[in-house]
Design a protein around this ligand. Sequence first.
Ligand SMILES: [Fe+2]
Length: 442
Amino acid sequence: MNRRHFISILGAFTVLGISGDYLYNKFFANGPGKYIFGNEAVRNVKNSFDELLGDDNVKYLRQIVTADNQGTRRITWQSASPLPSPKIEYRSAKKSTESYIANTEDISFNDGDVSIVQYTALLEGLNTDTEYEFRIISESGNSEWHKLQTAPDKGDFKMIIFPDSQSSDYSDFEKVAQGAWERNSDAKLFTVMGDLVDNGQDHSQWRAWFNALDGIIGNIAFAPVMGNHETYDLNWQTRLPAAYLGYFQHPDNGSEKYNQYYYSFDYGDVHFSVLNTQDYELGDFADTLVSEQKNWLRRDMNATKKKWKIVLMHRDVLMYAFGPQSGRSGRPEGFDDDGVNYMPLFDELGIDIVFTAHLHTYRNRGHIYNFDHSSKGPLYILTGVAGNVRYPHLWKDHALDIATLPQPETDNYLTMEVTDKKLTVKCFLPDGTQMDEASVTK
Ligand SMILES: [Fe+2]
């Protein structure tokens, strides 16, 4: 190793504010055969004059899905105050002799009188199906190392699916989420099916929501789904969902107008399309959302070479009549506008599973094709409720329902296990009791 070669691979060190001469003289000049370019050197140097970044500097750390989860991952976090030159250092968990540096983008935003300081970085060039470690580094210190696992090209994996988490008190959601994670710590990604919070502009709710997912959202990939409650402001009027769009960075969908409103991603041999069903709340802004999204979905699903095709969408496809004990009436059973709009397209595109939410009840409707039960169509799962906003006895069973949970319903969560030949969806109560199972084979 000569000095020129040393300088050429020094990029990672320079961002740490450590001069090449310093490193060269301290390590290489002392003689070959010692740790020089590995992270051991970085750690030894850094820890000699840096403090560990405190919790306030790295809050609500999240891993967000990217279009290609085999080679990239998005990392976003908040900080109590601006950080000097933050970067992300990452390395293979098994072969930690080299580390890489990703630049970050300051994506701080104001929402009313709330200011959110936050940063994001896209880690690129990762190897498929590989364990990594990453940490946040800045001139005022480093965070601890966190795990990151890239997706396989094919192969088995497990996903956790949480229904609506909107709450007046997020402790129930925390119990559901942490219990699900404890029992499924082998899961590689998770989603919350929209209505993450009750009020999209109430940042105290966002803090409670992030806290409920502590230890989960920073460790495995999160696939966000926008719900109608993300569009509500503090006066319960609808608005563009500024907080949701600030907190989560979706993969680019190529849309000029609705770029962060719907998206798709691959994980293993599954292609997921995440639709936006907030065209009503988004008002005039969304005048072309449904037509654009339908065209996009056709292109998006037809372009994928993945074996399995899954749709995540907040609003359900069926229309439920009010139950006899609800004290309400005037709502006929049938199909929701989103069902009328999208179900024929799901039939056409050969979608395997459609996960929905919004109605705060779990319903397994089996496979539906051309608006009726048929093994030719997608499996439709209305995912239930994971927060404390429950609607006891509100809905009458739909003619297409195959299974629901004991009434009045408490919270639930789901898992989806993906193998080469089978998708298996299981529904659990918060204590881990399995209540339902459905599968798709191909
Ligand atoms: Fe909703």
